[in-house]
Every structure is written in structure tokens, then in C-alpha cells.
Design a protein around this ligand. Structure first.
Ligand code: SF4
Ligand code: SF4
Length: 446
């Protein structure tokens, strides 16, 4: 058989295989629109490509042109095309005060000393905070998506987490063991994975990521936070795809609460183990004062890049993760931040911003925030919406094209997105075509 004919049949089979694989993967993911579109493309493509071959018997020039077209598209998709932007977050100039974090502010009750002290310090926040406080509590019966059984289940998970915060720190064994930093890094990463982490990395702890003052948890409110740990072990836990797909309804909150509990368990055990070796370590968990911001710490540890919505995007799980961290004095070897095309992709995409019901995610360019150039989430608009619906929303996580499952077909696309601007444009068009532009949630007014 002519070599050109063989190449023609192989190229056609490869493309048809990809459409078929996409269709099967989509069926497993229960994305019916994607099943239908990819199955249709499979039928149309195989009909034209192989049907045309059998009926028309194309000449050498036509066969060569078709093979060349597929080869050029494949090269454009997988080879570095265009400049991949890097993210720099190491120029921070100011620490954040945990008292300003929206979850701390939501807990200030009128008539208390804390309320008076905070709004003397930040009078400009009082009006919006009072408005938010006037709404139903998260997970309570006034929320749009309140579910008597499931909301209470989530609330009980969070209450349990509150009770575990006393375990974040503890006595350090007096027998301080000498350790090899490289070996210890490997051991601790292995333990984190064994405990259930999806990804783990180590970074030098940038002092600007440590909050300046306590805003939540059992430690004295307003106390200066003094964390002189030089290293941080950061890790992610994967959020279940099917639960994230339920966003913004209560299913996402079930998964959020559960994964926070898992992250809490992993970080408390790791910190406990390190202290048993005679080195200081503190877990940073939901419900305590975190002491350190987790997204920039995770970025430094090489877990992902910061996306338009302000959260970390993992190369394997996209935004479908929750983070945990342990800061420590035990000697470790830091990892490096990673870049895989998120900045370029977010510039084109904006899907999270277009789907955010209260418009909390910017659609424009990055701005300078405390010395770091980034897209700045309007956390007040976001949290206000949470209180209206009674869950932690998560629509941005759900619609983000990086959040698709960690499987063969999506990973093939991720390889292209990493370095090719052509692949990013095609993937974004494909995401709209296969999954739709909108998540179908109308804005809900307070
Ligand atoms: S969680 Fe919801 S409200 Fe908040 S930024 Fe994401 S989409 Fe917007
Ligand atoms: S939805 Fe799009 S713009 Fe938003 S974080 Fe994900 S990739 Fe970036």
C-alpha cells in the first residue's frame, strides 16, 4: 500500500480515536452535552475522512494535503508557540492582618469589644460588614440552597474541625534529632501522600505570607503573630469532581468541609511527627488562625499557579483542591514554583468571571496588590453571595477549564496548554463548545 495512503489512514484514525475517547470520558464524567458533541464530531469526521477516501478515491495531492493539515495542527498544538508568561509574587511589601479576613469580620458581633475595636480601626468596612451580618448565617435555614439534613451535616463537620484546632501545635521533644534535609523532605512528602494528600511541596516561608495579627481561632484576638519558621510544607487534597459539579448547591459545601477535615488531619499528624523529632512545627488548619496565607505558600512550594479567581490551579486537578500547610524549623530542601500556561490561559478565558453571580472576579487586567501584580477577587461581593445562598458557592471552581478530571484526554490537552498559545485558544473554544459558556445559574439578589 502507498505510504501516503497509510499516513492518511493513520492520521484519520488518530483524530477519530481522540473524538471517541473524548466521548467515552465525557460519558464517565456524565457531561451529556460533551458526549453528544464529541460523538457527533466523531461521526462527521469519520464519515468525511474515511467515506471520502472510499467514495472519491482522492489523488496524491489531496492525500498529502490532508495529512499535512493534521500534522501542522498537531505541531501547533504541542510545540511551544507564543510566549508563556511567568508569574512573580515574590515582591510583596506588606503582611495581611488576619483581622481583616472576611471570615474573621463575619464573626464580629455588634455590642462586643471586638466589634467596637475593629470598626474603630477600619470604619470603612462597617457598612458592608453590617449588611452581610444582616443575612442568614452560612448553612442556616435562610439560605437559598439550604437543605435541612445536608446543611446540618456540613455544619457538624465544621464544628468538629473547630474542636481539633487545639492540636495544631504542642510540645517539642527535647531530644533534637539531626536530619539530612534532602532525606527529610522526601520522608515528609511521602508521609503527606500516605496520609491522603494529592500533591505536596516544600518552600522557604516568605515572612510576607504570615498574617500580622490573629483574627480567628483560640489564640488572643489581635495578638501579633510571630512565626519564625524558615520552611513550609504545603499540600493539596483533591475535591471530588461529582461534588464540585453540584456547585453552587450544598454538595460543594459537603466536599469543602470534608476536604478541610482531611487537610486538618494530614497537617496535624505531620506537625506532630516533626515535633517528635525535636523540631518546631505548627499545622495551619481551617478554624484556627491559619497564621499563613495558603495560596501563595502553595505557589512557592510548586503546587500550581494563581488563577484569575485568586485560588491555586493545580496542573492535575485545576481548582478542585483544598490546601493545607505545616510551617517548621526542621531543615528541608525547597521546591521551585511551576508555570504551565495558566497566566496566558486566564487572560483569554475569563470563564470564572463571566459565571460569578455577584461579579466578584475581575474581567480586566491584573492590578498591584501589596507589591504583587495579580487579579484581585472582591471577597466582600463573593462572601455576600455565599450568605445569600447559604453555601460556599464554588461556581468558579466548577466552570474553570482546568478543573476537569485528571484523565488521559484532559491530560493530553493540558500538555498543549502548557506551552502553546494555539492550544490554549483551541482548548478554550473547545471548552465552550463541549461544556457551554455558562453554568446556567442566574444572579440571585439579596
Ligand atoms: S465562589 Fe462564587 S461568588 Fe465567590 S468568586 Fe467564585 S463564583 Fe464568585
Ligand atoms: S475559569 Fe478561566 S480565567 Fe478563571 S481561573 Fe480558570 S482558566 Fe483562569
Amino acid at each position: 500500500m502507498d505510504i501516503l495512503v497509510i499516513l492518511f489512514l493513520v492520521a484519520g484514525t488518530a483524530v477519530a480515536f481522540l473524538f471517541g475517547l473524548f466521548s467515552i470520558s465525557s460519558l464517565i464524567e456524565r457531561k451529556l452535552r460533551a458526549v453528544f458533541v464529541s460523538a457527533l464530531l466523531f461521526v462527521v469526521f469519520t464519515g468525511i475522512w474515511f467515506g471520502g477516501f472510499l467514495v472519491i478515491h482522492p489523488g496524491h495531492y489531496a492525500l498529502a494535503g490532508a495529512v499535512l493539515l493534521i500534522a501542522v495542527l498537531a505541531l501547533l498544538f504541542f510545540l511551544p508557540v507564543g510566549k508563556t508568561k511567568t508569574q512573580r509574587i515574590d515582591a510583596a511589601t506588606e503582611r495581611v492582618d488576619e483581622r481583616d479576613v472576611i471570615f474573621a469580620r463575619a464573626g464580629y458581633r455588634p455590642g462586643t469589644d471586638r466589634y467596637d475595636a475593629y470598626y474603630r480601626m477600619r470604619p470603612e468596612k462597617q457598612e458592608i460588614d453590617d449588611k452581610i451580618r444582616g443575612l442568614a448565617e452560612l448553612l442556616s435555614s435562610g439560605g437559598q440552597y439550604y437543605d435541612p439534613a445536608r446543611s446540618e451535616y456540613v455544619a457538624s463537620l465544621f464544628r468538629l474541625e473547630e474542636q481539633l484546632v487545639t492540636l495544631v501545635d504542642g510540645p517539642v521533644d527535647s531530644n533534637k534529632r539531626e536530619v539530612d534535609p534532602e532525606e527529610m523532605s522526601t520522608v515528609l512528602k511521602g508521609m503527606a501522600l500516605h496520609l491522603g494528600a494529592a500533591e505536596v511541596g516544600v518552600a522557604r516561608l516568605n515572612p510576607f505570607w504570615v498574617y500580622s495579627h490573629v483574627g480567628r481561632g483560640p489564640e488572643p484576638w489581635g495578638a501579633e503573630i510571630k512565626n519564625d519558621h524558615p520552611y513550609v510544607i504545603a499540600f493539596s487534597v483533591e475535591m471530588d469532581y461529582a461534588h464540585v459539579e453540584q456547585a453552587p448547591r450544598i454538595g460543594i459545601s459537603e466536599e469543602t468541609a470534608l476536604q478541610y477535615l482531611h487537610a486538618q488531619r494530614i497537617s496535624i499528624v505531620l506537625a506532630h511527627y516533626i515535633r517528635s523529632l525535636g523540631h518546631h512545627a505548627r499545622a495551619h488548619v481551617s478554624g484556627s488562625n491559619y497564621q499563613t496565607m495558603l495560596p501563595p505558600v502553595a505557589y512557592d512550594a510548586g503546587l500550581g499557579e494563581l488563577g484569575r479567581f485568586g485560588y491555586i490551579i493545580s496542573p492535575r486537578f485545576g481548582a478542585r483542591i483544598r490546601l493545607g500547610a505545616v510551617t517548621t524549623k526542621i531543615p528541608l530542601v525547597p521546591d521551585e514554583p511551576i508555570q504551565f500556561g495558566v497566566q496566558n490561559f486566564c487572560e483569554k478565558c475569563k470563564k470564572c468571571a463571566q459565571n460569578c453571580p455577584p461579579g466578584a472576579i475581575p474581567t480586566g487586567s491584573k492590578t498591584m496588590v501589596r507589591g504583587v501584580e495579580k487579579w484581585q477577587l472582591d471577597i466582600e461581593k463573593c462572601y455576600h453571595y455565599w450568605r445569600v445562598i447559604g453555601t460556599d458557592c464554588g461556581l468558579c471552581m466548577k466552570v474553570c477549564p482546568f478543573s476537569h478530571p485528571d484523565n488521559l484526554i484532559h491530560n493530553i490537552l493540558r500538555v498543549g496548554i502548557k506551552s502553546s498559545s494555539f492550544a490554549r485558544s483551541v482548548s478554550l473554544l473547545g471548552d465552550d463548545l463541549f461544556y457551554g459558556k455558562r453554568a446556567g445559574i442566574r444572579e440571585i439578589q439579596a
